[in-house]
Each structure stands twice: as structure tokens, then as C-alpha cells.
Design a protein around this ligand. Structure first.
Ligand code: NAD
Length: 260
């Protein structure tokens, strides 16, 4: 019960990494406000029962985010943990990417993080501190082919997290980013993973040769939210099966073996 008496907001809490984090934080004693566009979040809140609530929220709408923070304070008495996790992806190289698509990705993946922090930090100050966790991505630490807007947004989330960490250390607020590699969630499985061969190709470049389970990202989020991470702030933590540890150079072992 690491989070007994704590109140958490989790955006994108209806699905994938967010839903796994909702379940874990709730199981460890937190009161959890699930914020999402999708009504699945309402069913999850109902399933969890006491200490769980759902607020239909478009995180790209600053007024809706302000209302989310107000509803959380009204329902649970304050905010200790803000997990900015809602996100979308979008493919397209720069000349081909529609301006509306660029704006949509930046609005949901980056602007929304600012809106939520802006609304929640004053509430955390009232509690004497708090924790901010942002789901960035491995795609926020390096570039991907054709992932223009997502790379830009997630890279900005990583550096914004550092800015939050240094500005609010004196408020006793820690801020960290999680940078997952591929995770088995609907953002992938409902969309691009339908393309034949894609999953195999992706798994090949991950040293652990598999996607993460959402619970493996939620476990890191809960560590960051907990007092076990009391001296950890401003970090961008890869949770990627070793993806980011690789230079991208070919596996010379296979080439040497074939030559002998
Ligand atoms: P997911 O699709 O299962 O969950 C994303 C959730 O965000 C959904 O419930 C969706 O309804 C919600 N959402 C989308 N737009 C919203 C909006 N405007 N307002 C409120 N909610 C909105 O995918 P996931 O993999 O769990 O994604 C969670 C985060 O993890 C995202 O930020 C994503 O970019 C990031 N991420 C995912 C992967 C991966 O491989 N799955 C890898 C790295 C980073």
C-alpha cells in the first residue's frame, strides 16, 4: 500500500499503459482519477469501485484539463500524482504531413502535458509537494523514419520534464519521463501492427526480442510515483528492452559467423 492516502490523475487511463497504471496505483492504495476521451475509463472506474473515478476529458482542451483538476480536488481532496500519459501517433515525412496532423499530435502529446502541469502544480503545492510522470517514448530520445510529429512532441516532453524538475524541486515536486520502446497496447495492435511482417521486424531490433507488456511500464511509473524514487527527478528513463542501448550498427557476430 505504497500510495495509501495519495491521489493520482492518470490521463489516457482507459487503455494500455494508462489502464495498467490505474490498476497498479489503485491496488497499492491510491485514489485514482481516470481521464480519457474513451468511455472505457468509466467502466474501469466502476470495476475498481471505491477510490476510482472517471472524468471524460480531451487533454488537448485546456478548459477540460482545468475542469479535470477541479473535479479531482472536489472528489478526492487534492492531487499528489499527475501521470500525463495520453498520446497518439501519426506517420508522415515532413513534406507530406498535413498541418492538421502535425498540430493534433503536438496538441495531444505535448501541449496537453503543459496544460495539466499548469493546472495541477498549484494543487500539489498546497499538499507540500507531488510527483509528475510523463509518458514520453524511445521516440523522444532519437529519431524514427517517418515519425516526424511524434519525434518532435516526445522529444519536447523529455526536455520539458527536465524544466519541470528544476523549476519545481523547491516545491518538493519531482518530475520524470518514461521512454517506452514498443508496448503491446491498442495504439499499436489496433493500427499499424496489422501490416504483415511489421511486428517481426520490430521485435528483431529490440535486444530482448519482444514488446513490453503495459504492466512493465506501469511498474516503472509506480516506482517513480513512490518514495523509493525520492531523489530521482529530471530523468528520462528508457523502458525499452535494450532498444536505446544499441548504436544501430549491424550485428557483426552474425556476419563473422557467416564468413567462417
Ligand atoms: P493506448 O492507445 O492503449 O492508450 C492511449 C489512451 O490515450 C487511449 O485510452 C486514448 O483514448 C487516450 N487519448 C488519446 N487522445 C486523447 C485525448 N485527446 N484526450 C484524452 N485521452 C486521449 O496506447 P498506449 O500505448 O497505452 O499509450 C500511452 C502512452 O504511451 C502514449 O503517450 C504513447 O505515445 C506512449 N507510448 C506508447 C508506446 C507503445 O508502443 N504502445 C511506446 C512509447 C510510448
Amino acid at each position: 500500500m505504497r500510495f495509501h492516502g495519495k491521489v493520482a490523475i492518470i490521463t489516457g487511463g482507459a487503455s494500455g499503459i494508462g489502464a495498467a497504471s490505474v490498476r497498479r496505483l489503485h491496488a497499492e492504495g491510491a485514489s485514482v482519477m481516470i481521464a480519457d476521451l474513451s468511455d472505457t475509463g468509466a467502466a474501469l472506474a466502476q470495476e475498481l469501485g471505491e477510490r476510482a473515478a472517471f472524468q471524460a476529458t480531451d487533454v488537448a482542451d485546456p478548459a477540460a484539463v482545468k475542469a479535470l483538476v477541479a473535479a479531482t480536488v472536489a472528489r478526492f481532496g487534492g492531487i499528489d500524482i499527475l501521470y500525463n500519459n495520453a498520446g497518439i501517433g501519426c506517420f508522415g515525412e515532413t513534406p507530406d504531413l498535413a498541418i492538421e496532423d502535425w498540430r493534433r499530435v503536438i496538441a495531444i502529446d505535448l501541449d496537453a502535458v503543459f496544460y495539466a502541469c499548469r493546472a495541477a502544480i498549484p494543487e500539489m503545492r498546497k499538499r507540500g509537494g507531488g510527483v509528475i510522470i510523463n509518458t514520453a517514448s524511445a521516440s523522444g530520445l532519437a529519431g524514427d523514419y517517418g515519425f516526424t510529429a511524434y519525434n518532435a512532441a516526445k522529444g519536447a516532453v523529455v526536455n520539458y520534464t527536465r524544466s519541470l524538475a528544476i523549476d519545481h524541486a523547491r516545491d518538493n515536486i519531482r518530475a520524470n519521463a518514461i521512454c517506452p520502446g514498443p508496448v503491446d497496447t491498442p495504439i499499436l495492435t489496433d493500427g499499424i501492427m496489422q501490416v504483415p511482417g511489421l511486428r517481426d521486424a520490430w521485435e528483431q531490433v529490440v535486444p530482448m526480442k519482444r514488446f513490453a507488456r503495459p504492466e512493465e511500464i506501469a511498474a516503472v511509473a509506480c516506482f517513480l510515483a513512490s518514495d523509493d524514487a525520492s531523489y530521482l527527478t529530471g530523468a528520462a528513463i528508457p523502458v525499452d528492452g535494450g532498444l536505446g542501448a544499441h548504436t544501430g550498427q549491424p550485428d557483426l557476430r552474425a556476419i563473422f559467423a557467416a564468413a567462417n
